[in-house]
Design a protein around this ligand. Structure first.
Ligand SMILES: Nc1nc2c(ncn2[C@@H]2O[C@H](COP(=O)(O)OP(=O)(O)O)[C@@H](O)[C@H]2O)c(=O)[nH]1
Ligand SMILES: [Mg+2]
Length: 403
């Protein structure tokens, strides 16, 4: 019997009619999820998966979660070798199976590689998700959701995955079809209101720490993050490059950049670091100007405050070293990177400045740049008296095959 199957296996010349995609993002989380999809999905997975219970996959009831081992070759007779990859398989239907393995890249590559070697075509998750969705916005929300960095960001993206944004776009198309152009305009304008916010759920808000050398930027960031990501040294000019780290502030994903400090006697290398700091500052959503309470407020501090396109957050650091805060300094937050005094207030202020208002739950939030572009072009078309064009642009947003 086993021999017959092996012969059949050997005589099999056509590839499996199935595809495999990794649905979880690389390198994050303890578990990775792959989907194997297509008419030969059950056959392909059965050749590689050995249920620990000895069951046969094609006899398992749908949606049963089955623990077992992944063998290194698509051989129906192969027994799991010592150290075989432990996986959990869930067969949703004969043609769609999920494989959950260890989240590390080696395990994922192993499972995907053996499937590919067996003739199952690996495809990018985005392609698979888009092809299996009737609605591009919902599919894009699913992909963004897999990469969400905070629970709060995920909650907003989940609303979009449940159709909040699609409903608004569909509603605007309906208004246009019924000649209610004002209503369509209102719907689109209201939705666009959350575009800048929504895009930050996918690409974190950027907060840049600037200021004079030795003010305590790197120390402050280390304390904020709770670990030593930046290099701190008491010799002036240590932080020569821009270091970044993403963390949650008020539940939102925020990328902090620690920049080179400025000082008049800077070397050429440091000057390049300072130039980068200035460039980074220009692209920031918010600047935090860190100043040193143990030295008088200076023209250099003032210059950093003036660099900011919008009002920066001013931090008077090293409060543990002074007993009285000098009255001649501009209003700001008083902190210590050593004792962590003032850091909760600093985080609150940053969250408040970055996200002054949040969308009510269930509201449509455009979360990719092309959403905002599509909505804005559609609005423009409506205002120019071209409702057909507006309607076409909106339908393109929903179309899984659209650009
Ligand atoms: N006592 C005290 N020392 C600090 C504080 N913040 C930074 N420092 C010290 O000041 C020096 C310069 O700090 P650093 O973070 O490298 O400054 P940067 O050049 O602005 O990045 C280091 O010796 C730090 O340990 C603080 O709040 N209190
Ligand atoms: Mg530094």
């Amino acid at each position: 019997m086993g021999e017959q199957v092996t012969n059949a296996e050997q005589s099999r010349t056509r590839p499996w009619r199935c595809q495999a995609a990794v649905l979880t993002p690389p390198g994050r989380g303890a578990v990775a999820t792959l989907v194997v999809d297509g008419p030969d999905a059950t056959q392909a997975v059965s050749r590689l998966f050995r249920p620990a219970t000895g069951w046969q996959l094609d006899r398992c009831p749908p949606d049963r979660v089955v623990f077992g081992y992944w063998v290194p070759h698509a051989d129906p007779n192969a027994a799991p070798a010592r150290g075989a990859e432990e996986v959990v398989v869930c067969r949703h239907s004969a043609e769609r199976i999920e494989v959950h393995c260890h989240g590390g890249s080696a395990a994922v590559e192993h499972v995907l590689g053996t499937l590919a070697a067996a003739g199952c075509e690996p495809v990018p998750a985005a392609d698979w998700v888009l092809r299996h969705s009737g609605d591009r916005l919902v599919a894009e929300a699913r992909l963004a959701l897999a990469r969400a960095r905070t629970v709060r960001a995920a909650a907003v993206l989940l609303d979009q995955h449940r159709g909040a944004l699609s409903h608004c776009v569909a509603e605007a198309i309906e208004h246009i079809g019924a000649g209610r152009l004002d209503a369509a305009e209102q719907t689109l304008a209201a939705t666009r209101r959350w575009s800048a916010f929504g895009q930050r759920l996918v690409q974190p808000w950027q907060v840049v720490l600037v200021g004079r050398t030795n003010a305590g930027k790197s120390s402050l960031l280390n304390t904020l993050l709770g670990y030593r990501r930046s290099l701190v040294d008491s010799a002036a000019g240590t932080t020569r490059d821009v270091l970044t780290a993403v963390t949650a502030v008020g539940g939102w994903p925020v990328e902090f950049s620690d920049t080179a400090g400025s000082r008049s006697a800077a070397s050429e290398l440091e000057s390049e670091g300072i130039a980068r700091a200035v460039r980074q500052a220009a692209a920031a959503d918010l600047l935090v100007v860190v100043t040193d309470l143990t030295v008088p407020w200076s023209a250099e501090d003032e210059r950093w405050v003036q660099t900011a396109a919008q009002e920066p957050v001013i931090v008077h650091n090293k409060c543990d070293l002074v007993s009285v805060i000098p009255a001649d300094r501009p209003p700001g937050l008083v902190t210590s990177a050593v004792t962590a005094a003032g850091l909760p207030e600093l985080l609150d202020r940053i969250a408040q400045r970055l996200v002054p208002t949040t969308p009510p739950s269930g509201v449509a939030v455009p979360f990719l740049a092309h959403h905002d572009q599509g909505l804005s072009l559609a609005l423009q078309a409506l205002r120019e008296g071209r409702p057909e064009r507006a309607s076409r642009l909106l339908r393109e947003l929903l179309d899984p095959c659209g650009a």
